[in-house]
Design a protein around this ligand. Structure first.
Ligand code: DGT
Ligand code: MG
Ligand code: MG
Ligand code: MG
Ligand code: MG
Length: 252
C-alpha cells in the first residue's frame, strides 16, 4: 500500500529505548492513598486485605510479563525488576511502564472484591509510575535495600504511633510529639513497656514488605515447573544475597 501523505507525523515519535545491559526497575505508587485508605476504612497502620490485593495485582503482572524477574511491595507501592537482558518492547520505556502500570491498576480493581468482601470500591484508584535504570548489581541490591529499609522505618513509627493513639489514648498530635526525636530503640521500648508488644513478633509482611520471586520446582526427573512465590525475607542482611546468589545471574 502506498504511504499516505500524513504518515510523516510518525517521525515525531521519540525513541525512548533504555540503555542495554542495565537493570530496569519500574516503581508504581498509589496516588493520594492517604485519602484512598481512609475512604475505604483501611486498618491502621496496616491493612492485610490491602497488602494482599497489592501482592495479587503484582502477581498478575508477573504471570503476564515473563521478563519481570522479581517484585517488591510495601504500603501503596510496588517495584518491578526486569531481567537485565530483557528485550521486551525493544526496551522502550513508555511501553514497559504503561503496559505494566495498566495491568497492575486493572488487576487491583478487578480483584478488589476478592480481598475487600465487605468494602465497596468507591472510585477508581490511580497509580503513578516511573522507570529507573541501575548499571550495577550493587546499585540494584542497594535499591532493594532502600525500599525495604523504608518499610522498617515507616512501620516501626506507624505501629508505635497508632498504639499510642488507639490504646494509649493520646491525640494524634500528642503521639507525634511523644515520638519526635526518638530513635528505633526508643520506639521498641515504648511498644514493649507500654503495650506489651515485641516489635520483632509483628507479622513479617508488615515489617519487611513482600518480595515476589520466580522459583523453579523439580516435579520429577524430567519435568520442572516455574512458580511465583512470596517471601518476607530480610534483604538488608548479606545472608539474603548469599542464599540467593543466582538471583541476579542471567540464565536466559
Ligand atoms: P502520593 O503518593 O504522593 O499521591 O500520596 P499518598 O497519600 O499516596 O502518600 P504515600 O504514597 O507517600 O504514602 C502512602 C499512604 O497510604 C500513607 O498515607 C499511608 C497509606 N496507606 C498505605 N497502606 C496502608 C494501610 O495498610 N493502612 C492504612 N491505614 N493506610 C495505608
Ligand atoms: Mg508518593
Ligand atoms: Mg502514594
Ligand atoms: Mg507510597
Ligand atoms: Mg495497538
Amino acid at each position: 500500500m502506498a504511504k499516505s501523505s500524513f504518515e510523516y507525523v510518525k517521525n515525531f515519535e521519540l525513541d525512548d529505548k533504555l540503555i542495554p545491559n542495565t537493570w530496569i526497575v519500574v516503581r508504581l505508587d498509589g496516588k493520594c492513598f492517604h485519602k484512598f485508605s481512609d475512604d475505604h476504612s483501611f486498618a491502621k497502620p496496616n491493612d492485610l486485605r490491602g497488602l494482599k490485593l497489592m501482592n495479587f495485582a503484582a502477581y498478575s503482572v508477573m504471570k503476564d510479563i515473563n521478563d519481570v524477574l522479581m517484585a517488591f511491595g510495601q504500603s501503596d507501592e510496588y517495584s518491578f525488576v526486569f531481567k537485565k537482558n530483557t528485550n521486551l518492547y525493544k526496551r522502550r520505556a513508555s511501553k514497559l511502564l504503561t503496559t505494566l502500570n495498566s495491568k497492575f491498576s486493572a488487576s487491583y480493581v478487578y480483584y478488589w472484591n476478592k480481598y475487600f468482601t465487605d468494602e465497596k470500591l468507591q472510585y477508581p484508584p490511580t497509580f503513578d509510575g516511573r522507570v529507573i535504570m541501575y548499571p550495577s548489581d550493587q546499585n540494584l541490591i542497594d535499591y532493594m535495600k532502600w525500599r525495604q529499609a523504608d518499610v522498617h522505618i515507616n512501620n516501626l513509627y506507624n505501629t508505635t504511633f497508632w498504639n499510642l493513639v488507639l490504646k494509649g489514648n493520646l491525640s494524634p498530635m500528642e503521639a507525634e510529639k511523644r515520638l519526635c526525636g526518638t530513635v528505633s530503640a526508643d520506639k521498641n521500648e515504648i511498644l514493649y513497656s507500654e503495650f506489651n508488644i515485641n516489635y520483632n513478633n509483628e507479622p513479617a509482611i508488615f515489617r519487611r514488605g513482600t518480595l515476589l520471586l520466580r522459583k523453579v520446582l523439580q516435579m520429577d526427573s524430567q519435568e520442572t515447573a516455574s512458580i511465583i512465590t512470596d517471601v518476607h525475607d530480610d534483604m538488608l542482611k548479606d545472608k539474603f544475597w548469599k542464599d540467593n546468589s543466582t538471583l541476579l545471574l542471567d540464565k536466559s
